[in-house]
Every structure is written in structure tokens, then in C-alpha cells.
Design a protein around this ligand. Structure first.
Ligand code: UDH
Ligand code: NGS
Length: 373
């Protein structure tokens, strides 16, 4: 028989254990640990259904989003707020994903990576500009998440990959200048999202539309503990209207290699008489696909000196001086690929042999556009 005293002892022990468990659970990182264990116990059930407690499947309600209109449907404007927005999205990187699978999961995306809501007239048109070289693996994941993410928001959108030809030092900001011009050449977009290839949005309330001022969307990245690393940070994902872009003379063309170009763009925002807006940290969340610094994108040792001169240089270098040659434009099923020769630090036609892009003829693409900007 258990005595009255030992009953009390057991009760206190039980309460003590509960307290310890509660203290452990409330510590930072709890969610990460729980979802880690959940993943171990939960067997993956195929592409896109490998869910955890931390958000919904980005494809979950896409069949409703993709409802085709009946012939009698009159196209009215989409609602102010899309009814398909669900909030947090679960992001993971399953092995074996292929572009063909992404294509099958997005049947309403048409040539060039374009989409319009099938049953209402979108209120917004947004071009996504992605600077790119040798990151096909990241691109596949970004497309897997971005297409349904944008469809849930009922946007008219297009995805542009701006691919730097050759192997001369990478230049992210200049590629984005190219992206701006080449996207605007195709359609009068009302907003442009400048988007790193390795950042996956984790909440669809982070709407890909422009604000009255330039917007820095990637306020909370996992690699910075879901916090802004510093106040003027403008890296990762940002959104500008064509008017914002013109006011700040676009982006700098002379930051070759890693670092500083995003800070320069941030300074240009205020030099153009504007200020930076951001979504809340709850919504502007991104998961970065882990990687090391790329070959051909060494840290730029001149970046601090250059940044100190942005005030003098921004009107002399930018959209008004961006020289490049489009090598080819391909309207692929999930994106428009613009391969571009952006030259070197010495200029466009002083390209060293190593940087010269191969002349490419693509028989599948009869309407190739070869043209100087
Ligand atoms: N990018 C490419 N190919 C490259 C380099 C960059 O596609 O070879 C594009 C891509 O869209 C990428 C973006 O440029 O997301 C920014 O480049 P990054 O991812 O290398 O820069 P980030 O600052 O990461 O995100 C750098 C990691 C190592 C930093 C070390 C310095 N402290
Ligand atoms: C700053 C860089 C930015 C960069 C940011 C985050 O120091 O270009 O760190 O870097 N500015 C300069 O170097 C002047 S990250 O942690 O993503 O590697 O975006």
C-alpha cells in the first residue's frame, strides 16, 4: 500500500518534472528541435508532402487556386486580399526534385515562366529578377516554392533569370540592371522583385507587390536568426517600382565580386529622396539554401572605398551607363532565361578571353534576340 506521505512525494516529483520540461520547451530553438525529431519519425510521402509542424505545404490549395473559369465567367478584378493566402509555409529541400516535376505541379504557368490568375483580373503585375550563374540546384528549389507562392497571391507575374555569361568575376547589381531593362522591354510591370536565387520565402503574407517606397522584403532570414542584421541592410530580396528605380538611377555597375553592392543600393534609395519599407519580421521570413562563397565571386576588397563615394558616383554610374550584350533569350517553361555578356571592369568590349561567352546557337529557339542594350 502507498502511504499518504509517499503520495505527496510522487505528486511533487511529478510537478517538478513538469516544470523542468516546460522550462526546456520554452527555450529558444525548441521549435527547431521538435521539427527535427518530427522529421525523423515522419516518413516522407513524396514531393511537397514532406511536412512538419512549422507551416503548410505550399501546394496544398493550388488546385482551388487553379480553378479554370467557365465560359460564362466574367473576368472581374481579383479581391484586394487573395483568399488563398495561408501564412507560414513549410520549406525543406527534398533530394531528387526535378524541373519536370515542378512543371507538372504548375500546369497554369506558361512559356517564359508567366502566369495570370485564371478566374479574375490581377490587380498587380510583378517581375521577379534573379541574378544567376552556376546555381541550377538552388534555382530548382526556388522555382518549386516561388511559383505556387505567387499564384496564391493572385499576381500576374513573370520570372526572369539573368545569367552572367563567361567566368569573369560575378556582378550581382549589374545583372539586376540588365534584368530591369530586359523585363520592362517585355511588359510594363508595375513592380520588380530583385531576388537572390538561394532565398525561399516562408510566409505567403509577404506579398510580392510594391509599396509607395522601395521595399526590403528579406527582413528576417534564418541565417541571421530571423532578425535584420543591421538597419541599412538591403540585401537578399528587394522590390522597386520602375519609378523608384529611375529615381535612384538604378543600381551600381561597378561592384565586381562579393559584398557592398546591396549597401550601395540602400544608400541610393535615400539619395533618390525615398526611404526603405519592410514587412514585419513575422512575415518577411526566408530560409537560405546553405552554400559557400562561389568560385568567381571573391570578396571585393574595394567595396568600402566605393561605398564611401556613393554620394558622388550614383548619378554617374547606374541605369544610365549599364552596357551589356544579350547573348540569348530563351522562353523556358518555368522562366525566361536571359544570358548576358556584361563585360569586365575594363568595359564591355575589352573582355579577356576567359570571360568571352561562347557563341551559342540554340536550334530550339528560332527567335533569338541578339542585341546591344
Ligand atoms: N550568385 C550566383 N552565382 C554566383 C554568385 C552569386 O548565381 O556565382 C547570385 C545568386 O542569386 C545569389 C546572389 O548572387 O543568391 C548573392 O550571392 P551569394 O549568395 O554568394 O551572397 P550571400 O551574401 O552569401 O547570400 C555569401 C556566403 C558567403 C559569405 C562570405 C563573406 N562573409
Ligand atoms: C555586409 C556586406 C553586405 C552583405 C552583408 C551580409 O557586411 O554586402 O554583410 O552578408 N557589406 C559590405 O561588405 C560592405 S552575409 O552575411 O549575407 O554574407 O550583404
Amino acid at each position: 500500500m502507498v502511504s499518504f506521505q509517499s503520495k505527496w512525494r510522487y505528486l511533487f516529483m511529478f510537478l517538478g518534472v513538469q516544470l523542468v520540461v516546460m522550462a526546456l520547451l520554452s527555450r529558444e530553438g525548441y521549435q527547431r528541435r521538435v521539427s527535427y525529431f518530427m522529421r525523423i519519425f515522419r516518413k516522407s510521402d513524396g514531393v511537397g508532402r514532406n511536412l512538419s509542424a512549422s507551416g503548410s505545404d505550399v501546394y496544398a490549395n493550388l488546385t482551388i487556386v487553379a480553378r479554370a473559369p467557365s465560359s460564362s465567367d466574367v473576368m472581374t478584378y481579383c479581391p484586394q486580399t487573395s483568399p488563398f493566402i495561408r501564412g507560414p509555409i513549410h520549406v525543406s529541400f527534398p533530394s531528387g526534385l526535378t524541373l519536370a516535376q515542378v512543371q507538372r505541379k504548375n500546369p497554369l504557368v506558361v512559356r517564359g515562366g508567366r502566369y495570370r490568375p485564371p478566374d479574375c483580373e490581377s490587380r498587380h503585375s510583378t517581375a521577379i529578377i534573379i541574378p544567376h550563374r552556376n546555381r541550377e540546384h538552388h534555382l530548382k528549389f526556388l522555382l518549386y516554392y516561388l511559383h505556387p507562392f505567387l499564384q496564391r497571391q493572385q499576381l500576374n507575374y513573370g520570372i526572369y533569370i539573368i545569367h552572367q555569361a563567361g567566368n569573369y568575376t560575378f556582378n550581382r547589381a549589374k545583372l539586376m540592371n540588365v534584368g530591369f531593362r530586359e523585363a520592362m522591354r517585355e511588359e510594363n510591370w508595375d513592380c520588380l522583385f530583385f531576388h537572390d536565387v538561394d532565398l525561399i520565402p516562408e510566409d505567403d503574407r509577404n506579398t510580392y507587390i510594391c509599396d509607395a517606397n522601395p521595399k526590403h522584403a528579406a527582413i528576417a532570414m534564418d541565417k541571421f536568426g530571423y532578425k535584420l542584421p543591421y538597419n541599412l541592410y538591403f540585401g537578399g530580396v528587394s522590390a522597386l517600382t520602375p519609378l523608384h528605380y529611375l529615381k535612384m538611377n538604378g543600381f551600381p555597375n561597378n561592384y565586381w565580386g562579393w559584398g557592398g553592392e546591396d549597401d550601395d543600393i540602400g544608400v541610393r534609395v535615400s539619395l533618390g529622396g525615398m526611404h526603405i519599407t519592410r514587412p514585419s519580421v513575422r512575415v518577411g521570413r526566408y530560409k537560405m539554401i546553405k552554400h559557400k562563397l562561389d568560385k568567381g565571386n571573391d570578396i571585393n576588397p574595394k567595396r568600402f572605398n566605393m561605398l564611401a563615394k556613393t554620394r558622388q558616383s550614383w548619378k554617374l554610374d547606374g541605369m544610365n551607363t549599364a552596357e551589356y550584350e544579350v547573348v540569348r533569350r530563351q522562353h523556358r517553361p518555368l522562366y525566361t532565361n536571359v544570358t548576358v555578356d556584361i563585360g569586365t571592369e575594363e568595359g564591355l568590349h575589352k573582355t579577356p578571353a576567359a570571360a568571352k561567352p561562347e557563341p551559342v546557337v540554340d536550334p530550339a529557339e528560332p527567335n533569338q534576340e541578339h542585341g546591344k542594350s
